[in-house]
Design a protein around this ligand. Structure first.
Ligand code: FES
Length: 206
């Protein structure tokens, strides 16, 4: 089932957003950020990218790019966050023991604010882009599906915190990039929170 159908079934919205590069501001009115990327110079430099999350709807996912990587922000309602610990036994690394994220998001929901999840959309098996399938029990995955990300290439599954399930090809959780809140509306991808002094090194595979 396509991702578009998945989203329409649940009445989730993928909202248009504003992505602000280190040089220049680009506005757009479509949900896919190919037209909302920062300048070529910013991308070439691998500089930080700012994402406006002020208009994201509950359950929606913003798609941006950072260092040419698909980089997403998911708005998780409190009820969704509350469900995350209940499937820990089905996951390969529920406590984020592997270095797939900076230390300040090594928690049960893998984010700074529980409701806003930032993740790089690169499958840790062979690098495909997973589909966002937030609907629990979605028939494209199965009746016990809690909602999350489904890689169409070889079937790897991740929950709504990007934690990989057992018995799938992918070995690791989806990576969480460095990020910090510039204010209540804007998340900057590519920088640690001020004062965090993270010594974390991003894995080379992503
Ligand atoms: S690349 Fe995702 S399951 Fe193989």
């Amino acid at each position: 089932m396509s991702e578009e159908i998945d989203k329409s079934k649940r009445h989730f919205l993928t909202v248009a957003t504003t992505v602000v590069g280190a040089v220049g501001v680009v506005m757009a009115a479509v949900p896919f950020v190919s037209s909302m990327e920062p300048s070529a110079r910013t991308k070439a430099l691998g500089g930080p990218v700012d994402i406006d999350v002020s208009k994201i709807e509950p359950g929606a996912m913003i798609r941006a790019k950072w260092r040419s990587r698909p980089t997403w922000v998911v708005q998780r309602p409190p009820a969704v966050v509350a469900e995350l610990p209940k499937i820990n036994q089905r996951l390969r690394d529920p406590d984020s023991s592997e270095p797939q994220q900076p230390s300040y998001v090594k928690n049960g929901w893998r984010s700074i604010k529980p409701e806003l999840f930032v993740v790089v959309g690169i499958c840790t098996h062979l690098g495909c882009t997973p589909l966002y399938v937030p609907q629990p029990g979605d028939p494209s995955v199965g009746p016990t599906w809690p909602g999350g990300f489904h890689c169409p290439c070889h079937g790897s599954l991740y929950d709504l915190a990007g934690r990989v399930f057992k018995n799938v090809p992918a070995p690791l959780n989806l990576p969480v990039p460095r990020h910090r809140y510039m204010n209540d509306k804007v998340i900057r991808i590519g920088e640690d929170p001020i004062g965090s002094h993270s010594s974390w090194k991003e894995p080379l595979i992503w």
